[in-house]
Design a protein around this ligand. Structure first.
Ligand code: GDP
Length: 365
């Protein structure tokens, strides 16, 4: 399954944030497809629609969907000494599908900053530069290989060569490959290169307790936002310390605490949703009397593929997907009424599942 990796320099609050994740986190027993690994935290995806569907269908059980964060902490020590991040760190990053980079935006004289003072842009650049250098090595090696084929006018090699040159130029200007525009054809080639700077990335600005409600006043947060905008990346503001307290609460207690803090949604919940989108994940629902349940699928999946997430039998024996959009079902107020209104569609094998679809799969066993 897809995973988002959490990275950052030492003392920026990674461990604190990851602890909040595991505290809020789901028992892996409920999600047998998830990895059991101390560096992996399973989070349930907050989704208001699941609550609404539960009120509508009144099932015996409601099950949210989940996905994984991987902690890539503690391996970045060499970075501060200007040594490279080491192969282990890079190979861990290689294995994740998206990157959440934690940057320190809180001042605290008791907590040493690795480079002496709080400067989130410097921090980001230290890490990004390591990834850029690793990618440059990959690109240069690849260029050497295709060169000969290019001289022989090999079409595929020429297409790859063009992509490699474009990537190389960007990397040499310290621009991550994810900031570049490629054609659909080229995007496929880029994917095959497995470059670190082509992974979707977001920034997590870690602020102090008293700034979480109005983070816009924090000059460091503003600097991170300006930086991220240039590469089209999202910024999530959290206070890692408070997140671990929030993570212990549920329902009304959580609501009240958030109100006291003056925030609408916990930073962690925002981060979970943002990382989920970054990974290209979306949710469909099944809604029966026994169980209302959210399922994670990858955007672009067909109905049989999405069915296969529940059970491989569902994919193999797929006949049809009885589908209604969440909004249509909610408006109708009842499945039977949605049917009368013609809002329930019978979709076949080619159907591309959409976020929010409520689906009943029909299949042969
Ligand atoms: P890591 O090295 O990036 O994993 O950083 P840690 O999570 O261990 O945090 C380093 C120090 O910063 C610890 O003493 C944390 O308690 C502290 N810290 C982390 N987040 C916050 C925060 O939001 N506010 C404050 N004041 N301190 C924090």
């Amino acid at each position: 399954s897809l995973t988002a990796g959490i990275v950052g320099l030492p003392n920026v609050g990674k461990s604190t944030l990851f602890n909040a994740i595991t505290q809020a986190g789901a028992e892996s027993a409920n999600y047998p497809f998830c990895t059991i690994d101390p560096n992996v935290g399973i989070v349930e995806v907050p989704d208001d629609r699941l609550q609404k569907l539960t009120e509508l269908v009144k099932p015996k059980k409601t099950v949210p969907t989940a996905f994984e964060f991987t902690d890539i902490a503690g391996i970045v020590k060499g970075a501060s000494k200007g040594e490279g991040l080491g192969n282990q760190f890079l190979s861990h990053i290689r294995q994740v599908d998206a990157i959440c980079q934690v940057v320190r935006c809180f001042e605290d004289e008791n907590i040493t900053h690795v480079s002496g003072s709080v400067n989130p842009i410097d921090d980001i650049e230290v890490i990004n530069l390591e990834l850029i250098l690793a990618d440059l090595e990959t690109v240069n090696k690849r260029l050497e290989r295709v060169q000969k084929l290019v001289r022989q006018k090999d079409k595929e090699a020429m297409a790859e060569h063009e992509v490699l040159e474009k990537a190389k130029e960007a990397l040499e200007n310290e621009t991550p490959v994810r900031a570049l525009q490629f054609t659909e054809e080229q995007t496929k080639i880029v994917r095959g290169l497995h470059l670190l700077t082509s992974k979707p990335t977001l920034y997590v600005a870690n602020v102090s307790e008293d700034e979480v409600a109005n983070a816009s006043n924090n000059e460091h947060v503003q600097a991170v936002r300006d930086f991220a905008e240039k590469e089209g990346a999202q910024v999530i503001v959290v206070c890692a310390k408070i997140e671990s307290e929030i993570a212990e609460l549920e329902g009304e207690e959580k609501e009240e605490f958030l109100q006291e803090l003056g925030i609408e949604e916990s930073g962690l919940d925002q981060l979970i949703k943002a990382a989920y989108n970054l990974l290209g994940l979306a949710t469909y629902f099944t809604a029966g009397e026994q169980e209302v349940r959210a399922w994670t699928f990858k955007e672009g999946m067909t109905a049989p593929q999405a069915a296969g997430i529940i059970h491989s039998d569902f994919e193999r024996g797929f006949i049809r997907a009885e589908t209604v959009a969440y909004d249509d079902l909610l408006q109708a107020g009842k499945m039977s009424i949605a049917k009368e209104q013609g809002k329930v569609r019978l979709e076949g094998k080619e159907y591309i599942v959409k976020d929010g679809d409520v689906i009943h799969f029909r299949f042969n066993v």
